[in-house]
Design a protein around this ligand. Structure first.
Ligand SMILES: C[S@@+](CC[C@H](N)C(=O)[O-])C[C@H]1O[C@@H](n2cnc3c(N)ncnc32)[C@H](O)[C@@H]1O
Length: 368
């Protein structure tokens, strides 16, 4: 049986997620903040396991215009919830209202919860819903008077791969780090180095991509407890992902950072990701960096300098990055920056640019 699913994504990453879904053999359509695809529960589980740049996979239960609470109640009540939820399902409801007539999130949540509970009670002939079974988190998202009602198939967001348990100062989201690697011209077999590696996110994501390791391999997803997937399906899809890994073939991947504590954290994350045999990190100021490797791909997320005083020192750092690149014959550089003056400080225009968001901050991804 096929359903409609949404892979939600940060603004700017919808096209990358669509391509990832296409690579999984699923045709998909990008929208603002999400990519829509049709598929079976097995397809959606495979997507949850493999998508590197999406935030969540959600089952789209229903959608439609809503201008009043009555509209919303009818929309939710009119769904065959019993197709998805067993009698003891736990169904917390969250909400979001943007530029709509219905703007009270708490009222929309309460109305959706009531409509859904009434439908389940009528179908299963129950006086109330015990909600002591598997989790089916419902989201009611209303945008411009159009409501989308979804079930979250993931639990923790997809960026929670399970390797990051300690946070550094300004860690990059795993999904954005993976997108930076996928959008870079990094070629198979080429050495990769992050000269501002911080807690190691870019290095770990790059290694997982090179090794063809499914990012969700070592975590679980809520939908594994839903009745739509059998234990056999889950085991088969996980086993296929294990067989697809090509760990010994990966190129040299390394990182350096001026901050000793950050490098220590990077090492811990690398161990948590079980990649200590493939990534090397050490303390080094990028001004001094001199790698022996040729044709290296530098990928970095340097500081942006939020305050004016920091901005000046960041500009000096960007200039040093230019010198670092020039010292390394045949190297290329990909930088994510929220500092609009990067190219000026670096002293060269990027050959390619793309707008990406680091959280809410608009950034440029520059490729040299
Ligand atoms: C925005 S953070 C990078 C975060 C990293 N991508 C992560 O996921 O944790 C910028 C990093 O640049 C490092 N840095 C600043 N100046 C540096 C320099 N001169 N040489 C090397 N690293 C530097 C900082 O210590 C910090 O860890």
């Amino acid at each position: 049986m096929k359903y409609e699913w949404l892979a939600t994504a940060a603004f700017g990453l919808e096209g990358v997620v669509r391509k990832e879904l296409n690579d999984l053999g699923l045709s998909a359509r990008a929208e603002n903040g999400a990519v829509r695809f049709e598929g079976t529960a097995q397809d959606a589980f495979r997507a949850a396991l493999w998508l590197r740049c999406a935030d969540r996979v959600q089952l789209l239960v229903t959608e439609g215009p809503v201008k009043t609470f009555e509209n919303l109640f009818r929309l939710v009540r009119g769904c065959p919830w019993q197709e998805f939820l067993p009698r003891n399902a736990a169904f917390p409801v969250s909400g979001k209202c943007v530029r709509s007539q219905l703007m009270s999130v708490s009222d929309c949540q309460a109305i959706a919860k009531k409509a859904l509970a009434e439908e389940l009670m009528a179908y299963y002939h129950m006086p109330w819903c015990e909600e002591n079974g598997a989790q089916y988190p419902v989201q009611v998202a209303i945008h411009s008077d159009h409501a989308r009602v979804t079930l979250d198939a993931c639990g923790d967001a997809l960026n929670r791969r399970g390797y990051r348990t300690w946070n550094g100062e300004a860690p990059l989201r795993e999904t954005l780090a993976a997108a930076m690697i996928l959008l870079s011209p990094w070629k198979k077999g080429q050495p990769l180095h992050d000269p501002c590696c911080g807690t190691g996110t870019l290095l770990i994501e790059a290694t997982m991509i090179a090794a063809n390791r499914a990012p969700g391999l070592y975590r679980s997803f809520l939908m594994e407890k839903w009745g739509m997937l059998s234990a056999h399906d889950i085991e088969m899809i996980r086993n296929q992902a294990k067989v697809a890994m090509v760990l010994p073939d990966i190129p040299p991947i390394s990182g350096t950072d001026i901050d000793e504590a950050a490098v220590e954290l990077a090492n811990r994350h690398i161990q948590q990701a079980k990649l200590q045999d493939y990534i090397h990190v050490s303390v080094c100021d990028l001004k001094e960096l001199n790698l022996e490797t040729k044709d290296v791909m530098f990928v970095a997320n340097p500081p942006y300098g939020e305050r004016l005083s920091d901005k000046k020192s960041c500009e000096k750092l960007y200039h040093s990055m230019r010198e670092m690149k020039d010292r390394h014959e045949g190297s290329r550089l990909c930088v994510l920056t929220g500092h609009p003056g990067f190219e000026r400080a670096f002293g060269q225009r990027a050959s390619k640019k793309r707008r990406l968001y680091n959280g809410r901050l608009e950034c440029e991804y520059l490729i040299y």
